[in-house]
Write a new protein. Structure first.
Length: 126
């Protein structure tokens, strides 16, 4: 089964918004957790994604989802983007540190798209 056009639109929009306006969430309130989150925010601010790179990323991700990958694939970032997100960054200057860590996106056969954004976060339907 393939992704629906609505699922593709939601995924491309959500990931591009996250890259343009980075947020890093963590439930780790220890000193090291707070320090890590603060450092990630500073790196993302320092390495803003250009509009040109964002357009290329969006086109690449849309193409991957429309033509290559079947429903059931998860878009995810542990500490680095994996699979499709990594491939969608080709020919851009988007860095691993621009992505929110511990974030996953899943696609359901009923058309739902859900995101778990941040360490130990709950799944949210988008």
């Amino acid at each position: 089964m393939k992704y629906t056009e609505e699922q593709i639109d939601k995924a491309v929009t959500w990931w591009s918004n996250v890259l343009k306006n980075p947020e890093f969430k963590s439930r780790d309130n220890s000193e090291s957790g707070i320090l890590t989150t603060s450092m990630l925010i500073q790196l993302a601010i320092k390495n803003k994604v250009s509009d040109e790179d964002l357009v290329t990323f969006k086109n690449n991700l849309r193409n991957l989802m429309e033509n290559i990958h079947p429903l059931g694939i998860r878009l995810m970032v542990d500490y680095h983007p994996s699979g499709h997100l990594c491939q969608a960054c080709k020919n851009t200057n988007i860095k691993d540190r621009n992505f929110p860590i511990k974030t996953s996106m899943i696609f359901k056969e009923n058309g739902d798209v859900k995101v778990c954004s941040g360490d130990s976060a709950n799944w949210v339907k988008i």
